[in-house]
Design a binder for this molecule. Structure first.
Ligand SMILES: Cc1cc2nc3c(=O)[nH]c(=O)nc-3n(C[C@H](O)[C@H](O)[C@H](O)COP(=O)(O)OP(=O)(O)OC[C@H]3O[C@@H](n4cnc5c(N)ncnc54)[C@H](O)[C@@H]3O)c2cc1C
Length: 407
């Protein structure tokens, strides 16, 4: 089953990469350890700009017909109770592909995306775990070691290997590219509820001194509840995440009444710590995309967009690498993707880190929230950046930051 390109992992990053390459006529093999539909702990919100890539992959209508919810913007409640509302449709002059975000369960979204990759011509093998990369005599990656449950491991050979295998990617670790960030060390707990009170068409983030929780309608009367706690506080879960979850929610006076009539309809799943990044996303014969390359914190909710966009950015570099006549030219072609990633994501990475600081230091969050609650135009800009259609420089300028913290 050798191929021109092996994509390890069939989540949004792997499906997008495989779709873009297969459409360009490349023989792509996706190796996915799970059997779809599979779940993935996530707040399940997609930014308005993710819809552009979904539409390109002919997946947008499928997502909408599956019953996805539409989100008009975000509401953030700061530890001091200040309430910020930002809308995607705003008067700042920037417009997204859509003026709303989407929210739908990951088993549904990810299956749609992987099916689109299949329809484009990618071969997809589910239930196959990759345990290592294979290198040629020059040390360049030339394949992977893979194993189907109950069978012995074998080597699969390809010109390029793409690690799209998510957080703590095996490919990234075997290549020595990935690093767990020292801070913030946070654990997330995610589950679905039915019957949560006062759910609107806005995603909600409730920031507290000891963590934050996001609520979002994901269609069909179901609410996604994603709680993120410092790793030290999460240790209290001690094998019973549901108990910690209930205790945390129950002790918030503004949230507890909204859950009084609600029914939890899925187990509470824990994931983390998740802050992680790769020094580079390419090496000879291999590249990383999606969470395998980097993931900071779910607060700004752009991981799925970054995964889809990553596939879009990586495909041209892989094509050029495949067309190269010499190994050095192939390596250089692949490295173009490192530049493309920095160009596309560097601003957003800075915004993510600033928001990460604010969620770590409640005084900072309270100070910014007081301004944002009064100045809706500033809140709209920030929500537009999180929605991936307002350039990050708009909120990284000294003028914006001074208005935020000093006005
Ligand atoms: C708590 C939380 C909330 C989040 N909320 C949001 C949100 O609301 N919106 C948003 O945009 N992003 C959110 N994210 C981030 C988002 O979930 C990820 O960024 C996104 O899933 C990345 O996609 P991916 O394809 O890179 O990785 P994944 O979706 O993790 O897919 C990786 C795939 O690789 C497979 N795999 C792993 N190892 C192997 C192996 N060895 N061999 C073969 N296959 C393998 C896995 O089974 C999986 O299918 C959240 C993350 C967390 C932790």
């Amino acid at each position: 089953m050798d191929a021109q390109v092996i994509v390890v992992g069939g989540g949004p990053a792997g499906a997008s990469t495989a779709w873009h390459l297969a459409r360009a006529g490349v023989d792509v093999l996706v190796l996915e350890r799970a059997c779809f539909p599979r779940d993935k702990p996530c707040a399940e919100y997609l930014s308005p700009q993710a819809s552009r890539i979904l539409a390109n992959m002919d997946a947008l209508e499928l997502c909408e017909h599956s019953g996805a919810a539409h989100l008009a913007g975000m509401i953030v409640r700061a530890p001091n109770g200040a309430r910020i509302q930002g809308d995607y449709a705003a008067s700042h002059g920037f417009t997204g592909f859509r003026d709303r975000g989407l929210a739908l369960p990951r088993p549904v979204l990810d299956e749609i995306l992987l099916d689109r990759a299949r329809a484009a011509g990618a071969r997809v093998q589910e239930g196959v775990r990759v345990s290592d990369v294979v290198r040629d005599a020059r040390g360049a990656v030339c394949g992977v070691r893979a194993q189907r449950a109950g069978e012995s491991a074998g080597d699969v050979i390809a010109s390029v290997v793409v690690g799209a295998d998510g957080l703590r990617s095996v490919v990234s670790r075997r290549l020595g590219l990935g690093r767990t960030a020292r801070a913030p060390r946070r654990i997330a707990f995610v589950c679905h509820y039915r019957g949560v009170g006062d759910i609107t068409s806005y995603g909600e983030m409730h920031v507290e001194r000891d963590g934050y929780v996001g609520l979002a309608d994901v269609g069909g009367g179901v609410t996604n509840v994603a709680m993120v706690l410092p790793a030290a506080a999460a240790r209290g879960a001690q094998g019973n995440p549901a108990q910690l979850f209930d205790r945390w929610l129950g002790s918030r006076r503004h949230l507890a009444p909204r859950f009084a009539q609600a029914e939890r309809i899925s187990p509470v799943r824990a994931v983390g710590p998740f802050a992680w990044h790769a020094r580079r996303a390419t090496t000879a014969g291999a590249a990383l995309v999606g969470d395998a390359a980097d993931f900071f914190d779910p607060f700004t909710g752009e991981g799925i967009f970054a995964a889809l966009r990553g596939g879009e950015l990586l495909a041209p570099a892989v094509l050029e690498s495949l067309a190269a006549r010499a190994p050095r030219a192939a390596r250089r072609a692949l490295a173009l993707y490192d530049h493309a990633r920095r160009h596309a994501f560097a601003g957003k990475w800075r915004v993510e880190r600033l928001v990460g600081l604010a969620t770590t230091y409640p005084m900072l969050m309270n100070c910014a929230a007081r301004t944002l609650a009064r100045r809706k135009e500033l809140a709209d800009l920030l929500v537009g950046v999180a929605g991936d259609f307002v350039p990050p420089r708009e909120v990284l300028s000294l003028r914006y930051l001074a208005q935020l913290l000093l006005s």
